[in-house]
Design a protein around this ligand. Structure first.
Ligand code: SF4
Ligand code: SF4
Ligand code: SF4
Length: 367
């Protein structure tokens, strides 16, 4: 064959191959630069209404019936509780709108979770240093989550308010306590977010064994302290030491490894929440028809619930708290929230309810 024809054939084949490769790569590149949002583009009224109704239904009866008032503004200026409720309604509406239609949940969630925690602790300090109106009842206890179950066991009864509150949120929202509502967990989330890139979790098997060992240990120790009649000062010092160990773990482990080691391995309430929320009908699922098994979404999960083996199975791992951070991370839109097996509007209504309850916590949660 003529040398020129051979050259032209080779050149054309090369060009065609390169164009084919570019065609394959281009959508991937575009998707990596502009990940799809993984949510509706058309504004739906239903979830926004839910975000307003939840605080309305929960806060108005408190404002009318509870004396002395629990809404902070009402404690200082009679009647101002209604203004506070109105402002909180707007907050709940705007936050839900931003999460559903404007911003990424991963970016927003840690911010409003930390905001709640800061308000919670600010009220504690103001209550101790400035005016006791900033406190719930004046009967202080340490803000250590383990005390939610250990406290009543040690006291042999007493107030079950926090335990009932925790169980109620699990019934309504599954594991959202550990991704949106806990005043301590926000700081583990903050610590884990400091490390960029892929989280480096320990063995999941041993982590799960250890977390239930911690839950059992805390329950047994609280029971023994009750039976042995350990005095309140010793019990408080013990709880304070436990809290300091928790803070150290956040700084020394979660911060360095980039995942919420404290919440997924150490905290007994986290273990309880994870266990009980398996009865809740919502799950994070991965659609294998569209998933390319690229594992890019693993980076977005700070709860060690989205390893390669979870992605292959098509569902989030044991520790999933339905935080939603992974939903925006998938270029193929393959990750979704399933509620009773259906994904239609599941995430919109779920997060709208979570934001409503978060708003109620902003108004009422204090020590
Ligand atoms: S694991 Fe413990 S500290 Fe972490 S969010 Fe849950 S209850 Fe709070
Ligand atoms: S679900 Fe995860 S692994 Fe599958 S395509 Fe999306 S980012 Fe990649
Ligand atoms: S799998 Fe997704 S929703 Fe579940 S904890 Fe991880 S990032 Fe959050």
């Amino acid at each position: 064959m003529d040398k020129r024809i051979l050259k032209s054939l080779f050149f054309n084949t090369w060009i065609m191959r390169e164009i084919g490769t570019i065609r394959q790569i281009q959508p991937k590149l575009i998707n990596q630069i502009k990940p799809t949002k993984g949510r509706q583009k058309n504004i739906k009224v239903g979830p926004l209404v839910v975000s307003v109704l939840v605080p309305l239904i929960l806060l108005v009866p408190v404002q009318i019936n509870v004396h002395p008032p629990m809404i902070l503004a009402e404690r200082f200026w009679p009647g101002a509780g209604w203004i506070e409720i109105f402002v909180l309604e707007i907050y709940s509406f705007v936050l839900t709108y931003l999460i559903l239609y404007k911003e990424k949940i991963k970016k927003m969630r840690l911010r409003y979770w930390l905001f709640f925690s800061v308000i919670f602790f600010l009220q504690l300090f103001l209550g101790l240093l400035v005016n006791e109106k900033f406190l719930m009842s004046g009967k202080l206890h340490l803000p250590v989550p383990a005390l939610i179950v250990a406290g009543p066991i040690y006291r042999g009864g007493g107030s079950l308010f926090m335990l009932i509150l925790l169980l109620s949120t699990i019934v309504i929202l599954g594991p959202a306590w550990c991704s949106h509502l806990c005043y301590i967990g926000a700081w583990d989330g903050f610590a884990s977010s400091r490390r960029r890139g892929r989280p480096k979790p320990f063995s999941r098997k041993y982590s799960i064994i250890f977390r239930y060992f911690m839950l059992a240990s805390v329950l047994i120790v609280a029971f023994l302290m009750h039976k042995l009649g350990v005095n309140a000062l010793t019990a408080t010092l013990f709880a304070a030491m436990f809290g300091l160990v928790e803070l150290a773990l956040m700084y020394l482990v979660s911060w360095r490894l980039g995942y919420m080691f404290h919440c997924t391995t150490f905290c007994p309430i986290g273990s309880l929440v994870t266990l009980l929320s398996k009865l809740y009908p919502a799950r994070i699922r991965i659609d294998h028809n569209t998933c390319t098994l690229c594992n890019a979404c693993t980076v977005s999960c700070r709860y060690d619930a989205l390893r390669a083996e979870d992605i292959k199975k098509g569902k989030a791992g044991w520790n999933c708290t339905l935080c939603g951070d992974c939903l925006d991370s998938c270029h193929a839109d393959s990750i979704y929230l399933s509620f009773f097996g259906s994904k239609k509007n599941a995430w919109s209504y779920y997060i709208a309810t979570v934001i409503g309850v978060h708003t109620v916590f902003l108004a009422l949660a204090r020590l």
